[in-house]
Design a protein around this ligand. Structure first.
Ligand code: TRP
Length: 77
């Protein structure tokens, strides 16, 4: 399939290592604020993209984050 200009096909995978991990989406543009918060329980996985609306993702709690840049753990190791 053709990739449209500016269309992001990459995903960020977040796997919660404990209950109550928060995945927070921050808005794109001059006003940077939270627009969505998703709570994951242990073992739950969220697969997300950076979009027209989302420029940054903040993760609170112990989770494994997998991106094309590599893997990182948030919270305690
Ligand atoms: N409606 C949001 C958007 O299209 C949904 C979303 C995409 C999101 N990526 C996210 C929410 C990452 C939280 C975190 O941008």
């Amino acid at each position: 399939m053709e990739k449209k200009a500016g269309q992001n096909t990459e995903y960020v995978v977040i796997k919660a290592n404990e209950d109550g991990v928060n995945v927070i989406g921050l808005t794109r543009g001059s006003d940077t604020r939270f627009h969505h918060s998703e709570k994951l329980d242990q073992g739950e996985v969220m697969i997300a993209q950076f979009t027209e609306h989302t420029s940054a993702i903040k993760i609170r709690g112990n989770a494994k984050i997998m991106t094309s840049y590599g893997e990182i753990t948030s919270g305690k190791e």
